[in-house]
Design a protein around this ligand. Structure first.
Ligand code: AHR
Length: 491
């Protein structure tokens, strides 16, 4: 039995809707094919952007989208990606397979795409191989309203009024693909580059410094000490990689070993956030600086027969559980975690959408992100969880992950995951501080742990309504089927 207490009269803090953010990089088939097909394509599109993908993303309520990388960001030169498309310079995408990047999807296309899906843009600038001037002029080009070389150029290129650019990242993984820097060196560069990321007119930019690779607490310490006062956010990257980086295992062919290993590693996100936050707290007890988890998700071996640098993997019920676990963790840390970006949006890593020419399929991760989006901008409620165990061989993790929030209309949402692939979980949940007693729900589960959706069978893993929960005298009682994700609404 899992016992939960929810104190509906104790609000912990606001769940920033940006925790539901996404990430799209010039990598494999994410941008090209997944989002951009070009204006001449027979695939239905608006100004070159796929209509089916836009429609699916609108339904997901994507709050914010990070672009153009990733590792690509630190070799991207934005000026090559504006102006008439047929005249744009080509480049080699050295990091992701050495393919030719024709720069047809550039600043205008990205910002148009954000407008189409209703997301705010988060642009990541080039520190690794770019100049301060280049970064500064990019911000001027996008946001300056008036006479200036960059604003005039933007107008010549067809966009009269500036865009809003709320979020800007000063480099990506500068401890690795973004320049292999030491934290002291990057901290100095951050201080310099961010100086010229200007706030033009009403456009106030939230500046995000490159943060640590997973367990590198020294990076966080140095950045906070040397540059904490000049940043609004500090990033953190952590991928759920079963096995090892050299042998991650298949996204589709796995047994309980791969299931357990993956979920156990997904749960580590909680420890990581806690420990990085403890360091940030020392320098910023007021919690002004947000922790921005701008890359997270599963990373498996690529599907056989696909380009090893395109990072194309399938997405099963296991990924749905990974998504649910992460979102519950982000909710619980909502006082510090102000944004998170799932890697990546389409056709790469833990994608919410897969495409094959004119076909498109929604993954189990998509469904979880959609079911959970009721928590966006809601108030996190205090919740105590005494979970039953899920033991596999000699290892044990909690069987249940949970969080709860109340939205602006007073509706309470509880999201629950049962990580155990064979045992159902009886839940007894006391809901204090409210008289609300009408409950309805939605569930995502399936018969086998590696069930997934493909182009021939797009609805193998799909949400359905869940009516196995009832509330009597303030006690919610339900049973979660094995390997399931449930979201309950209480009013
Ligand atoms: O998401 C794929 C890659 O993972 C990104 O380009 C990089 O930032 C990270 O290492």
């Amino acid at each position: 039995m899992t016992r939960i207490t929810i104190n509906a009269d104790q609000k912990v803090g606001k769940i920033n809707k940006n925790i539901y953010g996404h990430f799209s990089e010039h990598l494999g088939r994410c941008i090209y094919e997944g989002i951009w097909v070009g204006t001449d394509s027979s695939i239905p599109n608006t100004n070159g952007i796929r209509n089916d993908v836009v429609e699916a993303l609108r339904a997901l309520k994507v709050p914010v989208l990070r672009w153009p990388g990733g590792c690509f960001a630190d070799e991207y030169h934005w000026k090559d990606g504006v102006g008439p498309r047929e005249k744009r310079a080509k480049m080699i995408n050295t990091h992701w397979g050495g393919v030719i990047e024709n720069n047809h999807f550039g600043t205008h296309e990205f910002l148009d795409f954000c407008e189409m899906i209703g997301a705010e843009p988060y642009v990541c600038g080039n520190v690794g191989s770019g100049t301060v001037q280049e970064m500064s002029e990019w911000v001027e080009y996008i946001t300056f309203d008036g006479e200036s070389p960059m604003a005039n150029w933007r107008k010549e290129n067809g966009r009269e009024c500036p865009w809003k650019l709320p979020y800007f990242g000063v480099g990506n993984e500068n401890w690795g693909c973004g320049g292999h820097m030491r934290p002291e060196y990057y901290a100095d560069l951050y201080r310099r580059y961010q100086t010229y990321v200007r706030h033009y007119g009403e456009n106030k930019i939230y500046k995000i410094a490159c943060g640590a690779n997973t367990w590198d607490y020294n990076w966080t310490e140095v950045l906070m000490k040397q540059a904490g006062h000049l940043m609004d956010g500090l990033s953190l990257h952590y991928y759920t990689v079963p096995g090892s980086w050299f042998e991650k295992g298949s996204s589709l062919e796995f047994n309980e070993d791969g299931w357990f290993d993956t979920l156990e590693k997904a749960l580590l996100m909680d420890e990581l956030i806690t420990k990085h936050s403890t360091i940030i707290d020392r320098y910023d007890p007021q919690k002004r600086v947000g922790l921005i988890v701008d890359e997270w998700g599963t990373w498996y071996d690529v599907l056989p027969g696909t380009n090893p640098r395109f990072l194309y993997q399938q997405n099963t019920l296991r990924d749905a559980l990974v998504a649910g676990i992460h979102l519950n963790i982000f909710h619980r840390h909502c006082e510090r975690v102000q944004m998170a970006n799932l890697a990546q949006m389409v056709n790469v890593l833990q994608a919410v959408i897969l495409t094959d020419k004119e076909k498109m399929v929604l993954t189990p991760t998509y469904h979880v992100m959609r079911m959970f989006n009721v928590h966006q901008d809601a108030e996190l409620l205090h919740l105590e969880l005494k979970s039953a165990d899920y033991t596999y061989e000699s290892r044990t993790i909690p069987a249940v992950s949970a969080s709860a929030s109340v939205d602006k209309d007073g509706k309470i949402h509880i999201s629950l995951c049962n990580l155990d692939p064979t045992e159902s979980q009886d839940i007894r949940c006391e809901i204090r501080g409210t008289g609300q007693a009408k409950v309805r729900g939605e569930i995502l589960t399936s018969g086998k742990m590696n069930d997934h959706n493909d182009f021939e069978h797009p609805d193998v893993v799909a949400p359905s309504s869940f009516d196995a929960a009832k509330i009597e005298e303030g006690i919610l009682v339900t049973t979660l089927p094995p390997m399931s994700v449930v979201v309950l609404a209480i009013e």
